[in-house]
Design a binder for this molecule. Sequence first.
Ligand code: ADP
Ligand code: ASP
Ligand code: MG
Length: 410
Amino acid sequence: MALIVQKYGGTSVGSTERIKNVARRIAKWKAQGHDLVVVLSAMSGETNRLIALAKEIQETPDPRELDVIVSTGEQVTIGLLAMALKEIGLEAKSYCGWQVKLVTDSAHGKARISSIDEGVMRADLDAGRVVIVAGFQGVDENGAITTLGRGGSDTSAVALAAALKADECQIYTDVDGVYTTDPRVEPEARRLKTITFEEMIELASLGSKVLQIRSVEFAGKYKVRLRVLSSFEEEGEGTLITFEEDESMEQAVVAGIAFDRNEARINVKGVPDRPGIAYQILGPIADANIEVDMIIQNVGDHGATDFSFTVPRGEYNKALSILRDMQTHVGAARVEGDDKVAKISIVGVGMRSHCGIASTMFRTLAEEGINIQLISTSEIKVSVLIDEKYLELAVRVLHKAFGLDQKISA
Ligand code: ADP
Ligand code: ASP
Ligand code: MG
């Protein structure tokens, strides 16, 4: 008998029929004698609908009130699942974030979890009930409802698993595991039986939305056994996130490919090549709370240099206007940009011990005539910025070049 935390995503609870399916799946686990804590997302599309409603009233919604609104999606699904379980004869109780005292800081829309009181949940588990908790939401020290950022139910689930010292945290979604890349873009993508925690952190942070990055960080910090599975298939072991590399296995050099369309590039051209220039350009961007991702500064030529960086696409216009306002002050010749760019990254712990991986990536893209605009690397990843219109093509050719296709590995 084990204590298992299961999380079902938006598509998996997208209709009452699907919620009944989730109830049947839970009943099977219960019948095997396991204790279950179940975390739910809102029905798919619901969080977007609620955000759009808020924007009909306020173009930039008040962060506290927006959390009051968007957290309601999860309140509906947990109640429905509790009813569905009762209908098939199981004892169940649903809880909002504040009711299990999932306390967060006050950063509305991207709150961080600081503590969870497991007492209420333990009492229910001891009484044989299935505990159902609303994902994505918490409460701050002042009693205000907070949310954890898009995709945040993953993080709720892992945090609950850590607090309860659960044997496993299972993330049920609309694919049957973590793939070598998004199977919606590359049908030849292959499910990975395991992936290392380090690789999963990189893939999540570089755009693979199958797990919210904070959930992976949490799993790493508290050593939560984390598995991604399909809510639509009866059988299957999904993908296990492992904390140790399997020495007995020949490690693939590249484990997966991630991509991110939420990028825009800004170029500041002909700036004086002197100490402090990066700070002068990026300081005001940071002050405006705009997150900068890739950065490149060229070697100066005749006292002038070019500076480029990327920002989230939604912040592009704001970043551009900040820079245009200070163009004269910085002494820049031109400020330009492009918001139709995308970042594509190859990730793998095997890169540590293999050289030439980046050059294979660059050659593969060159052979397709795809121009690389910016590059950034770390020990286990290489990212490039390209024109968005070549993104799908780039994913497919790189997937093949690194031998990740089903056909090649089968
Ligand atoms: P949920 O609503 O269950 O949280 P998400 O839409 O957040 O589901 O995440 C699942 C989706 O993540 C999949 O449908 C798939 O398109 C996408 N995805 C992106 N990269 C990967 C990957 N490497 N492996 C599996 N799925 C991926
Ligand atoms: N419902 C929230 C969202 O759509 C949280 C989640 O699904 O994980 O982002
Ligand atoms: Mg998700």
